[in-house]
Write a protein that binds this ligand. Structure first.
Ligand SMILES: Cc1ncc(COP(=O)(O)O)c(C=O)c1O
Length: 430
């Protein structure tokens, strides 16, 4: 890559800027992007990459979309931001109405925050304040499953997989919670009683201390890209009810159609007590997330001491973010997005299936707009990233996982370019 020809000061970037999960003393190269439109990222050296990542689940309608651009420009000319304490505005109320209408009926009360991790913090606080308000102060721990990922802030991190989720690094500082085995039955498999045994035993033993179970419904994302059985969620809901424990669904990655349903919880028709959404909420334009809960939880929180929900970020319900999120949801609902995601699923299945023949590959799995090729060994990021860029695609593997979640608007030609690149690169690993 011709780093020296960039008008972006890449040398400054390398010396001063941290990128996600990187060393600042020995950074891998980063690729300077000067534009993005439709499903393409435009590199400074003129190359155009087909985007296979939707900027980490977010850009479901691709980039530079005229409808989303218009929404944000129109809002910008009215006001870009005002504090949400003591004030309100149309973009927040409109978006809240859309989210309440789109999510299961009992989820009526909503809190906006700035990122997915914060939405998870808010969800955890809601669960803790709920039990405290009911006088059940010992209920202040969480139960979750292994292979989960919920974000990088402290409370969110404390419910990520304990092995891959930095727990040893922050031991003694981070709250310690209970972990059950990761859901074993795959998406199309039934869930047997023994599949729930570990979780049930932990609930049986510790339910008096457990405020909530938190889980990513159907798809465990950054913790392993695992797809599990909807029946597991049905059983989980029953167990939470039996043991008087709240259920939190983290749909930050899966929300807004990615799994083929508007929300992954619809595969199981299970309603949580608290739901987190983010990422694709704004179509990838701005950072915004929301935590929804039921009247029961909200009323209990506000009946206790101090009678308030104790959170309030500076940029809460940012009008630009709310306006673009609102336009993004309208856009999503204006076309047959289910057909688009089905077409994506079909293309990913067909295109990635040949990877199975490679001796480097342990598994290939596809659900909705998510295609995963699991390898036997972790990739060398420096090498594999360049190989993908050289093939004109943007694919960012992690560990043993090479995965695609392209924008829903991708055409067959570019989808084939993505899946062919994955098959070729995976096959070439020596
Ligand atoms: C399921 C899930 N929860 C929470 C988060 C954290 O979101 P954010 O990166 O916006 O803080 C992520 C991000 O990847 C996620 O996939």
């Amino acid at each position: 890559m011709a780093l020296h020809s960039s008008s972006i000061d890449l040398d400054f970037d390398r010396r001063h800027l941290w990128h996600p999960y990187t060393s600042i003393t020995a950074p891998l190269p980063v690729y300077p992007v000067c534009g993005a439109s439709d499903v393409f990222l435009e590199l400074e050296d003129g190359r155009r990459l087909v985007d296979g990542m939707s900027s980490w689940w977010a850009a479901i309608h691709g980039y530079n979309h005229p409808v989303l651009n218009r929404a944000i420009v129109t809002q910008l000319q009215r006001m870009s931001h005002v504090m949400f304490g003591g004030l309100t505005h149309e973009p927040a109320v409109t978006l809240a109405k859309q989210l309440v209408a789109l999510t299961p009926e009992p989820l009526q009360k909503l809190f906006f925050s700035d990122s997915g991790s914060v939405a998870v913090e808010v969800a955890i606080k809601m669960a803790l304040q709920y039990w405290a308000a009911l006088g059940q102060t010992p209920k202040n721990r969480l139960l979750t499953v292994r292979s989960g990922y919920h974000g990088d802030t402290f409370a969110a991190m404390s419910v990520c997989d304990p092995v891959t989720g930095m727990h040893s690094l922050f031991k003694g500082v981070m709250p310690e919670h209970y972990f059950a085995e990761a859901p074993a039955p795959r998406f199309y498999e039934p869930c047997q009683e023994e599949d729930m045994a570990d979780l049930r035993q932990r609930l049986e033993r510790h339910h008096r201390e457990i405020a909530a179970v938190i889980i990513e419904p159907i798809v465990q994302g950054a913790g392993g890209m695992r797809f599990y059985s909807p029946h597991y969620l049905c059983r989980l809901r029953e167990l939470c009810d039996d043991y008087k424990v709240l259920l939190i669904f983290d749909e930050i990655a899966t929300g807004f159609g990615r799994t083929g349903k508007m929300f992954a919880l619809e595969h199981a028709a299970v309603v949580p007590d608290i739901l987190c959404v983010g990422k694709a909420l704004t179509g990838g334009y701005m950072t915004l997330a929301a935590t929804l809960t039921t009247e029961t939880v909200a009323e209990a929180i506000c009946s206790g001491n101090p009678g308030l929900f104790m959170h309030g970020p500076t940029f809460m319900a940012n009008p630009l973010a709310c306006a673009v999120a609102s336009a993004n949801i309208r856009l999503l609902c204006s076309y047959d997005w289910q057909a688009a995601v089905q077409r994506l699923e079909f293309g990913l299945r067909q295109g990635l299936e040949p990877c199975r023949d490679s001796c480097n590959v342990a598994d290939v799995r596809v659900l909705g707009g998510i295609g995963v090729v699991e390898l036997h060994h972790p990739v060398d990021m420096g090498i594999i990233q360049k190989q993908f860029v050289d093939k004109g695609v943007w694919v960012r593997p992690f560990g043993r996982l090479v995965y695609l979640m392209p924008p829903y608007i991708i055409r067959d030609k570019e989808l084939i370019q993505l899946t062919t690149a994955v098959c070729d690169v995976v096959e070439s690993i020596s």
